[in-house]
Design a protein around this ligand. Structure first.
Ligand code: KMH
Ligand code: ZN
Length: 271
C-alpha cells in the first residue's frame, strides 16, 4: 500500500507578498516541481500566473510551463482548470486541449472567500465530456456534499469514467465545508466504492487533516497553494518543506510513497 503525494506549488489566490517563496513564473514553478518530484511527489497540480503574477489560462504560458517541467522530471502534470476566480470559464476549459495527463474539474459554482467561483452546469458537462474525449483524467474537486452528488450525476450520465473516480475533498474554503475532522469523515463515508481521494485542507488545519486523510486511506497533497505556513508564525520557505513533511508523514504511518508508474496504474491513467 502506498500513497500518492501531489505537489500544489502555486494556487489561485496567494501572492508573493503573502509568501515571497511562492513560485509564479514558469521557471520558478518548474524548479519547485522538480524539487518536489525528487522528494517523492508523483503529481504536480499546476496554476499559472502571467508576468504580473495574476492567474491566467494563457496557453503559451501553460505549454511553456509543462515543457519546462517535462525537461526536469517525469512527474504527472495535473493542470488546474479552476485557474483563478477572475478568469472566464471558456479560457479555463481550453487548458485541457494541451492534453495534460490530468486536470481538475470543479463541479459546482460557489462563493469562494470574498469572490465567486463560476462553474455553470452546462459548461461543466461540456468540459467533462471534452476531457473524456481527450483522455485527460479529471480530478474532481468537491467542496461540499452536494458537489459529490453532482459528480455522481455526471458519472451516471456517462460523462466521467469511474475506473476509478478521483476526488479531492476540499476543506476550509469560505463558501465550502469548514476544515473539521467531522466534515472529512462525512465526505469519506459518502465516496463511491473504489474511489481514489485526497484531502485538500486550506490554511491552519492543513497538517492535521492531511494526516487524518492518510490515516483514513487517502492520498496527500502539499504545497503553498494550500498552506503558506509550516506552523503558526513560520512561513514555509518554499514548497519543498511542505512536500517533505507529507512524505515524512506517509513514511511514519508505514504507507510508502507511490512513484509515477505506480500512480499511473492506481489511477488507471490513459497513456
Ligand atoms: N485552491 C483550491 C481550493 C482548482 O485548482 O481547480 C481551488 C482551486 C481549484 O484552485
Ligand atoms: Zn488548484
Amino acid at each position: 500500500m502506498s500513497v500518492v503525494i501531489t505537489v500544489a506549488p502555486t494556487g489561485p489566490i496567494a501572492s508573493k507578498t503573502d509568501n515571497p517563496y511562492l513560485p509564479t513564473q514558469p521557471e520558478e514553478i518548474a524548479d519547485a516541481v522538480a524539487k518536489a518530484y525528487e522528494a517523492g511527489a508523483a503529481v504536480a497540480h499546476i496554476h499559472l500566473r502571467d508576468t504580473e503574477h495574476r492567474p491566467t489560462a494563457d496557453l503559451a504560458i501553460a505549454r511553456r510551463t509543462m515543457d519546462l517541467i517535462a525537461e526536469r522530471c517525469p512527474i504527472l502534470i495535473q493542470l488546474s482548470t479552476g485557474v483563478g476566480l477572475s478568469v472566464p470559464f471558456e479560457e479555463r476549459a481550453a487548458l485541457v486541449e494541451l492534453r495534460p495527463r490530468m486536470a481538475t474539474l470543479n463541479p459546482c459554482s460557489m462563493s469562494f472567500g470574498a469572490g465567486e467561483f463560476r462553474n455553470p452546469p452546462a459548461d461543466v458537462r461540456r468540459l467533462a465530456a471534452r476531457m473524456r474525449e481527450l483522455g485527460v483524467k479529471p480530478e474532481l474537486e468537491i467542496y461540499d456534499t452536494g458537489h459529490l452528488d453532482a459528480c455522481l450525476r455526471l458519472r451516471d450520465e456517462g460523462l466521467l469514467d469511474d475506473e476509478p473516480m478521483q476526488f479531492s475533498i476540499v476543506l476550509g474554503v469560505a463558501g465550502g465545508m469548514a476544515a473539521t475532522p467531522d466534515n472529512l469523515l462525512t465526505m469519506v463515508r459518502r465516496l463511491p466504492e473504489g474511489a481514489v481521494w485526497q484531502v485538500i485542507a486550506i490554511g491552519r488545519a492543513n497538517l492535521s487533516l492531511t494526516a487524518m486523510g492518510l490515516a483514513l486511506g487517502g492520498n496527500a497533497r502539499a504545497g503553498l497553494e494550500d498552506a503558506l505556513y509550516l506552523r503558526k508564525g513560520e512561513l514555509s520557505p518554499g514548497n519543498l518543506p511542505l512536500v517533505e513533511r507529507a512524505v515524512q508523514l506517509a513514511n511514519d504511518l508505514d504507507l510508502g510513497v507511490a512513484g509515477v508508474e505506480a500512480t499511473e496504474k492506481l489511477l488507471n491513467l490513459p497513456p
